[in-house]
Design a protein around this ligand. Sequence first.
Ligand code: NDP
Ligand code: BG6
Length: 466
Amino acid sequence: MKKDLKNLDIVVLGASGNLAQTKIFPALFALFSQGLLPEKVKFYGFARSQLSQTEFKEQIMPNLTCRYTPDHSCGDFVEKFLERSYYCNGKYDSIDGLNSLASHLTKDANRIFYMALPPEIFPMLTKSIAMAGLLGSDADKWVRVVIEKPFGRDRASSDELNSELLKEFSEKQIYRIDHYLGKEMVQNIMVLRFANQIFKPLWNSKYIKCVEIDWQENIGVEGRGGYFDNYGIIRDVVQNHLLQLVTLVAMDEPESLDADVIRDRKLAVLHDIEIVNIEDLILGQYTNYTDDPMVPDKSLTPTFVNVKLKIDNAEWRDVPFVIRAGKGLNAKKNEIRILFRKPEGNIFCQLDNCPPANELIIRIQPDEGIHFNIVSKVPGLKMQFQEKDLDLSYKSAFGDAIIPEAYESLLLDVINGEKALFIRNDELEAAWDIFTPVLRYIEENKIKPENYVFGSKGFDRICKKE
Ligand code: NDP
Ligand code: BG6
């Protein structure tokens, strides 16, 4: 029998949790309210929590916001979305609850399982899903599974997790999500680099002195202390989100937009990054971190890291890629600074007034935009310079255009089978290889992070202008 393309069942596992409620259901609603989902799409929540249908809907409703539809039709969309939503409770390591879910799923529909759960649950849940017969056997119908980071704690546990998943799903069916790849500005990095001719000849160590990826949050672990303390800042954001940014900045131009061609280019960068040593790191922990009830009193888990990556290839040798990431700092922002070299023998230096080096800033969030510090003559009779900002802030450049949430963009890709923005298994392995030895060293040697005051700047080792 031919599958009905209008049918799609999206099952969110861990539906009672923070990610499902604050990101996944709102993103599905945003796509639904724009008419971007198949006509007969249905949404299912599954978790252990005992929730009635009404309680479940009451939980997800406050986060469904109508950014794409006029206010007067908002209520209608919410109502229609909730009519298609269904909650089922059950355990992850048994098929009872899943059997009950199965009786509500649409026969002959394509299916997405979104694992919005701690990763240690994935293997047992995958087995239960298979045993409950939810993977189907209709060759005409696809089943995809989305898994959230962190994908393991190190190379070995990541390999183990993968091999468990691969017992039930093929690599083609697995979508390893890194939501940073869905962010608008992150998707713009390739456009900036490869659609603008001026950057191409300058994008290498001859012209670039240093690249800095700055990631700051002005909040602490906020109720996620149990999870965070087990992982730490390197596993939480550096090995995944921020390393992905490094690959996008450093990769060679792919010869096509094919998902595997792009991922091959990123993988080549990951293979060229030298394994991180303890000397490449500054570790920090904000004051009062251990006051969190879920964090052990003597925890040595870093909430801040400054790491210098070295890429050993012809384009980037001698260009440090500095990642600076911390929670409990004085700002919420994420940006990439590309610091150019000062031109040698510049004619204006003869006036004892050497112009400063250029700097390109890709502001990922908030206030998405691209800024280029350009040296300009100060109007007047003297030859004086000042750096001025060539400012492409999205707000002024694109007016009221709505910037989609990362999860909207990525969920649509899962539905359309687009994999360029998802992590391939070999990328994951290479990313773990860079950090696994130092993570082991830190833990085995009980390396103590330096303290920094909550709300302060953390520790600097940044790209300095010449
Ligand atoms: P939660 O801790 O809120 O867990 C989600 C749900 O999983 C809970 O509601 C609970 O549901 C179930 N659960 C939690 N712990 C266990 C356990 N030990 N055993 C069995 N079930 C458990 O996590 P989040 O929603 O914050 O995150 C889910 C995943 O997404 C994680 O891998 C996280 O790292 C990742 N992630 C989260 C982000 C976020 O913004 N929250 C951002 C990026 C990634 P119940 O008890 O009802 O079964
Ligand atoms: C998650 C981390 O992956 O990303 C969190 O687990 C972090 O610790 C979050 O706060 C940041 O995401 P965003 O989209 O708010 O920058």
